[in-house]
Design a protein around this ligand. Structure first.
Ligand code: OAD
Length: 256
């Protein structure tokens, strides 16, 4: 990890009263979760054993047509999340809420680890595996484990198809989360950090691009290359927990 990049990132935070973190699966990699893409990623094999692309298996239309197939892969993701604990990257982003006048996290992760680390100012734009709801009636339930479920699960009240509160491929983003996102972005942040995401989706790359154009300092923490790598002011090419810990220490703050 480049010492200069760590010091530059810390210097940006030292000058900031507000910070916006954008996170993806890479942030949870050091908690033992697989990423979606890249080495060992869930999408590495191009098709599932059923012969469909994983993006099709995990789509809203597949949930309607073949709920058992879609649920099989939803369960795999949920299983990977179970028992995982937040790491230093999650904890530092949560601690930032106390250290800055304003700190928010926009995450694509459905694993609940930001919340478990104590983040309150959190926008879970792809939902959360911990909530199940009926596609036919108003039944909903918070769950801690999919272990006891019959796959695909049906509603105890109306027998309708039950689904998790996550955004599947081809589905719209949750309106509530979008409202909070645009409300917060309407008041510019002093710094924007992109951490552990491949930044493939426009709503994930856009806040970085916009900040860059507005002259707001941007930092990417990622051992790999992404569409925002060439755009950011500072690039820390290292794993999230290790990199954020060094940045936090360089800032003179105690590790949470
Ligand atoms: P990806 O799997 O696409 O990307 C993970 C990123 O994390 C890559 O850029 C890696 O280089 C980086 N990475 C790997 N290990 C890391 C580490 N220890 N520290 C920091 N970075 C690391 O994950 P996302 O960008 O989150 O959506 O993927 C976005 C969305 O694609 C997911 O939310 C999911 C998927 O389709 C839905 O399910 C709707």
């Amino acid at each position: 990890m480049s010492e200069t990049a760590v010091e530059d990132a810390a210097a940006i935070l030292a000058e900031s009263r507000s910070v916006f973190f954008i996170t993806g699966a890479g942030v949870s990699a050091e908690s033992g979760l697989p990423t979606y893409r890249g080495i060992g990623g869930l999408y590495d094999c191009e098709t599932t054993e059923e012969g469909v692309a994983i993006e099709d298996a995990l789509s809203g239309s597949m949930l309607q047509r073949r709920p058992e197939l879609c649920w099989k892969y939803i369960s795999q993701i949920e299983q990977a999340c179970r028992g995982a604990k937040p790491n230093a990257a999650h904890r530092i982003m949560a601690a930032a809420e106390q250290e800055f006048e304003r700190a928010w996290v926009l995450t694509q992760n459905v694993d609940g680890l930001h919340r478990a680390a104590g983040s309150v100012n959190l926008i879970a734009i792809h939902g959360d595996v911990d909530l199940l709801y009926c596609t036919q009636c108003s039944w909903r339930e918070a769950v801690t484990d999919y272990g006891g479920l019959t796959i695909p699960p049906s509603c105890p009240e109306c027998s309708g198809l039950v689904r998790p509160n996550v955004v599947l491929f081809g589905e719209a983003l949750p309106a509530g989360a979008l409202t909070v996102l645009y409300r917060e972005l309407a008041e510019p942040f002093d710094a924007v950090f992109s951490v552990g995401t491949s930044s493939l989706f426009p709503y994930i790359a856009e806040p970085v691009m916009r900040a860059r154009h507005a002259g707001i300092p941007t930092v990417e923490i990622n051992p790999g290359e992404t569409p925002v790598s060439e755009v950011v002011d500072v690039r820390v090419k290292a794993p999230a927990a290790a990199a954020l810990s060094e940045v936090w220490t360089a800032l003179g703050k105690e590790l949470p």
